[in-house]
Design a protein around this ligand. Sequence first.
Ligand SMILES: CC(C)(COP(=O)(O)OP(=O)(O)OC[C@H]1O[C@@H](n2cnc3c(N)ncnc32)[C@H](O)[C@@H]1OP(=O)(O)O)[C@@H](O)C(=O)NCCC(=O)NCCS
Length: 180
Amino acid sequence: MAPDAADRTVDVVRAGVAYRCRPVHAVHAADAADATDVLALYESLGPDSRLRRFGQPVPRYDRGLRRALTELDRGPVWLARDRLGSCVGEARVVASRREPCSHLAVTVADAVQGRGLGPALARLAVADAIRLGLAPVVVTIAADNRPALRLAARHGIELRWDDGLLSGRVRLRRGPVRAA
Ligand SMILES: CC(C)(COP(=O)(O)OP(=O)(O)OC[C@H]1O[C@@H](n2cnc3c(N)ncnc32)[C@H](O)[C@@H]1OP(=O)(O)O)[C@@H](O)C(=O)NCCC(=O)NCCS
């Protein structure tokens, strides 16, 4: 069977870092015009992903959370889209208003989790954040979020307990292209 456009591999090269993502059609930095599509990604998430992403059940997004999710100007945000243009993944680094650091959050649509898209997007967002002077970049993960913990372990992020959660600094390691 001929490969569908959705299965095309996308090579992303930025700041000397190469990454290969599949099955996405395009990967790009977000701007304000992407807010509606980002919200649609969050609306598409099932209860497990919402619980993992927010650390608590989120049956619906209230006005405050919608506003926070569509604030795409507090740090770099990278998006992945499928061939129909739907947003299927997001990584954002948000500058803290209280501390001299920024926070990484990654969200991948349920249907394409486990294919390397999250780390690919995270790498791009973190590279931009470092370039913009937003380091240190910190990621915080709930102790029962196994996919995120595996991702952190695979990428050499050392996590420590911090107020009931696991938290660690994200460093960018240069490496060869990884096929997702
Ligand atoms: C955590 C997350 C961003 C990882 O992105 P991803 O594109 O799935 O990352 P990977 O493909 O590299 O998978 C990471 C690991 O988790 C596993 N995994 C991913 N999704 C999984 C799922 N739904 N169920 C079980 N395991 C899963 C993968 O097999 C992989 O394990 P391995 O390294 O032992 O092979 C993504 O699962 C997600 O969006 N989860 C919901 C939101 C969330 O938890 N965000 C992180 C908190 S900021």
